[in-house]
Unconditional design. Structure first.
Length: 270
């Protein structure tokens, strides 16, 4: 039996092609990241590995629209990373209304994936290549005891962190630089130059929020920056280390990578 929200099939030749843009909120705790890996395409591989958010979304869209759907995302998030407003787009011949599709998706998707907005976009719109910048936020719970409710969305760090020093060190990252020092060592990009437009570090009671906006991010770039700032703020690396590490263009000098569960994609700007 088809689910209640499956769109009845009809002659697609009479319907114009549409480019639908979705905003998605998700808790990445139970997923191996956003993107389906090539080794996960087969049914056997999917049974043996943790599912991805893209995999779940495409499967649900196929169930509703009764056609194969390939979604394009603004960027990949790693295993355990969350999103408040991930942006994706996909092409379809369906004439389904936004409200009906949103209701159908949110009825069939797991509770840790929610579609917050759907709209038609121009056919040339591309979630990744049309993006002007992205904003990520890293949240640290900085107190002596952890939290049962926040364990999946904050990084618990019980030691003192000098937030004033963190802000001072982070300023050197503003502007256009080669961020090779903060790229995962196993990843190779055509260019490691990125422009950081804004970076803010705020302390609110027991929480430290590190927010970075850039025109693009290297693999693990935000988590490597956060890990380095933590090492400086706790006295494991001397002041002015951030500038030296940035100029070195060598990952070996940066701090350890911060855990994925403290990171969240907050906004994609177009």
């Amino acid at each position: 039996m088809k689910p209640a929200y499956v769109l009845a099939s009809s002659d697609s030749s009479a319907r114009p092609k549409r480019n639908l843009k979705l905003e998605i909120e998700y808790d990445g705790s139970n997923y191996s990241g956003w993107q389906i890996q090539n080794h996960q395409r087969s049914p056997e591989a999917r049974r043996r590995t943790k599912k991805t958010i893209q995999q779940v979304l495409e499967k649900t869209l196929k169930e509703i629209l009764q056609q194969e759907i390939k979604v394009i995302s603004s960027g990949r998030t790693d295993a355990g990373v969350h999103a408040l407003a991930q942006v994706v787009n996909f092409y379809t011949d369906s004439n389904i209304a936004h409200e009906k599709l949103q209701l159908a998706l949110n009825s069939l998707l797991p509770h840790d994936i929610v579609i917050t907005k759907i709209e038609d976009a121009p056919l040339f719109f591309h979630s990744r290549f049309s993006a002007k910048s992205k904003v990520y936020r890293y949240t640290i719970l900085n107190r002596k005891y952890s939290s049962a409710l926040l364990r999946n969305t904050t990084y618990f760090f019980p030691h003192f962190l000098d937030v004033v020093l963190m802000r001072k060190e982070a300023k050197v990252l503003l502007g256009r630089h080669d961020f090779k020092s903060f790229q995962a060592t196993e990843k190779k990009e055509r260019t490691t130059v990125r422009t950081v437009r804004k970076i803010s570090i705020k302390k609110d009671k027991d929480f430290i929020f590190i927010e970075i906006e850039a025109d693009g991010f290297l693999y693990n770039m935000v988590r490597n920056i956060v890990g380095t700032l933590i090492e400086i703020a706790r006295g494991k690396l001397p002041p002015e280390s951030m500038k030296r590490i940035l100029l070195s263009k060598n990952r070996i000098y940066a701090g350890p990578i911060a855990p994925s569960h403290g990171l969240c994609l907050v906004k994609v700007k177009y």
